[in-house]
Write a protein of this length. Sequence first.
Length: 291
Amino acid sequence: MNQTGIIWTEATWNPMSGCEKVSAGCKYCYAMTLAEQKRGTAAFPKGFDLTIREHKLKEPFKLKVPTLIFTNSMSDLFWDQVPNEYRHKIVDVIEATPQHEYQVLTKRPENLLKFSKERKLPANFWAGVTVEANLNRNRIRTLQEVEAEIKFISAEPLIRELDLTDHTDGISWVITGGESGNHLWDQTICDNRALVYYDRSEKKWKPRPERMDWIRNIRDVSIDKGVKFFHKQWGGNYPEAAGRTLDGKTWSEMPRYPGQKQEIDNAYLRHLESGGVIPKGKKEQLLMFSV
């Protein structure tokens, strides 16, 4: 179990790693980049090939306080290559630790739906899909068929407009965020995919005014439909390079918290919302997702 710079969670849990690219949002996958850079090391002996870490199934039982846990930040639980019996082992752990809340994201909601028909998902299993553009809204339709207490959409990286007007039934939470990574120093890539641009005169990343409306529209639909809204980042060469403020406010709504908590126990989130400066070395840490 690891602390994380992902500001909508408290910890990451990776009982496995590895995945395959399935859509445009995967093109510059941080997890693949990290794993392949470390191929052959103790952390990633097989790079981004499927690696089962069964010893990590014990980790949630060791947490002393109820925790919000992003499950498989380095993989996709519903990737075809994951043995279904191992999926059940992971969900066994989730079911056996109801004090925690588990955020599970997939780009393969058809496999999630199939699994949910085999087995009732525990109440603390948050079922989410990543949707990076209107082209991928079919994932939401599939998610809406899944029986889960909390269903959510992660529109990150948002690389095109996304209209959720008729896609919020049964959805509890929406996260938005722009792409980040050093590949955005390439002007063509940045112009094509990013919510931000680099202002060379001021030497800083800024949200693109015309693309801020992409986020505003999602926020406004969320408010209108009673869906909790969390704007994670505008993006840049690192996630918080252009901040996360939208119209003078940081949007950090959550569908619920584990245990009796009233906020995420995430010092980095609180630091940013109080107007703090990113500590030295934090930029690099935010790109790292330990296993």
